[in-house]
Design a protein around this ligand. Structure first.
Ligand code: OAD
Length: 249
């Protein structure tokens, strides 16, 4: 550790003077909005198995079960509001892009599919794991937005007659190519990366923080619990995203 772990003044100074910030968020940033995380206390993978619900094989086996789970999560997300953590990142984007007069100076990379970053006002969000409000046809490949809560038809079908699937990335599937390439470049060029509310155990997303670090970025972790990245970080803030991120502004 090269800096005092709770030196918010130090991090704030770096964030407000650098021309290249990357942020990697995970389910923890939406926890204070009432959206369940995957791991840890109350995490979805305590009660449900990823193999039964979030793999292509699970969908092939039982599309209705998979869709029931997504329908339930869409209901929770529909009720949720962006919290001060999401809002602080949107404000930081605006400040940074304005100060540097450069859209590329701030990149928000998220593993979340809930859309709360956009609803908070973040303009440029790289969604590595897709979007729970998109559906994709397993037959003709058409992708469209679907806002129905609850879904009228379970499992839903495309106009072409084939099954629709959630527009998210499941375990065993590749990440969307353009988003990944942009996230990779932003991480490689970042001078500071904020890693917020992610257990940092799911690859390749978690590897972006390692990449940023190896390329010389300073790393700040904001998490209520420990992460495997803590020992490599310049700052570790052990608190909620909603309480910690606004202090950066
Ligand atoms: P996880 O559920 O694995 O981790 C959530 C992290 O947020 C944990 O490290 C918690 O300690 C932390 N946390 C909880 N509440 C917090 C709060 N209020 N403020 C800050 N931190 C908090 O979620 P992800 O890391 O996003 O993928 O999980 C990565 C991927 O695994 C997900 O995108 C999903 C999942 O399985 C797929 O479904 C493909």
């Amino acid at each position: 550790m090269t800096q005092a772990p709770f030196d918010m003044m130090g991090l704030r100074q770096v964030v407000h003077t650098t021309d290249s910030i990357a942020v990697l968020t995970g389910a923890g940033i939406s926890a204070e909005s009432g959206v369940p995380t995957f791991r840890g206390t109350g995490g979805l993978w305590r009660d449900y198995s990823a193999e039964d619900l979030a793999t292509p094989e699970a969908f092939a086996r039982n599309p209705r079960l998979v869709w029931e789970w997504y329908d339930w999560r869409r209901g929770i997300i529909r009720q949720a509001q962006p919290n001060p953590g999401h809002l602080a990142l949107a404000a930081l984007e605006q400040q940074t892009v304005g100060r540097c007069a450069n859209d590329a100076s701030f990149t928000l990379i998220t593993q979340n599919v809930d859309g709360l970053h956009e609803r908070a006002g973040s303009r440029s969000v790289l969604k590595l794991h897709g979007d729970i409000w998109l559906v994709r046809c397993t037959g003709c490949g058409a992708v469209e937005r679907n806002d129905e809560v609850p879904l009228r038809e379970l499992p839903p079908r495309c106009r072409c007659g084939a099954l629709l699937r959630p527009g998210v990335v499941w375990f065993g599937e590749p990440l969307p190519r353009t988003e990944w390439a942009r996230a990779y470049e932003a991480s490689r060029h970042a001078r500071v990366m904020l890693v917020v509310g992610t257990s940092a155990v799911v690859y390749p997303a978690a590897g972006l923080a390692e990449l940023a670090r190896a390329a010389g970025a300073k790393l700040a972790i904001i998490n209520t619990g420990e992460t495997p990245l803590d020992s490599a970080a310049d700052w570790v803030f052990r608190g909620t995203a909603g309480e910690t991120l606004p202090q950066l502004l």
